[in-house]
Design a protein around this ligand. Sequence first.
Ligand SMILES: C[S@@+](CC[C@H](N)C(=O)[O-])C[C@H]1O[C@@H](n2cnc3c(N)ncnc32)[C@H](O)[C@@H]1O
Length: 191
Amino acid sequence: MKQFDWETFYTFTKDSPPWPLLVRAVSLLTHKGRALDLGAGAGRDTLYLLQQGFRVTSVDSDPHAVAILSSFPQENLQVVEASFEDFAFETYDLINAQFALPFLSQRRFREVFERVTRAIRPGGIFVGQFFGIHDQWNTPEHDMTFLTRGQAEAVLQDMDIIEFNEVDMDGHVADGSPKHWHTFHIIARRP
Ligand SMILES: C[S@@+](CC[C@H](N)C(=O)[O-])C[C@H]1O[C@@H](n2cnc3c(N)ncnc32)[C@H](O)[C@@H]1O
């Protein structure tokens, strides 16, 4: 079942600047080698990572995202059309997953995040979000993952936490529609 119309999301975000959380995460790395952009969408963060000198692998299961990402004329970019569940992880200095991993089902979330963790080089960084249980999308028709604060901390137990900011407030989605967000914004380092 397709739960979201990502194509509309891409039209609203394709010229957006990189997420500030990612910009902060990148500033913590001295070695800008390989980066993985999970759920890269219309590529706002992929472009930033390339500009910062990373060799970037961008993964998305949506063919429209893959078409946009593949149009970037960049020799340091590899675009992969795959689900997070099926993607063959290698190793990276940075894994970026902005508003992406919560779209995994509860059934697969922890297993996939373990693979994410193992794919980060020692000293490397994970940056991204988990969704909390008060999020407006936490309803039976959404096969996604929503965590309590304690569960989110437990998922990150093997990482050194650099930022862990909980946001539980009314806001908007990309097209301007209102939405209640409950989000954990995370920067964590693999020891
Ligand atoms: C909310 S968008 C975020 C896009 C981008 N990170 C950004 O912040 O603009 C989520 C993206 O994750 C992708 N996605 C969701 N679930 C996925 C899965 N299980 N495997 C691969 N991609 C997935 C969607 O196709 C979509 O492009």
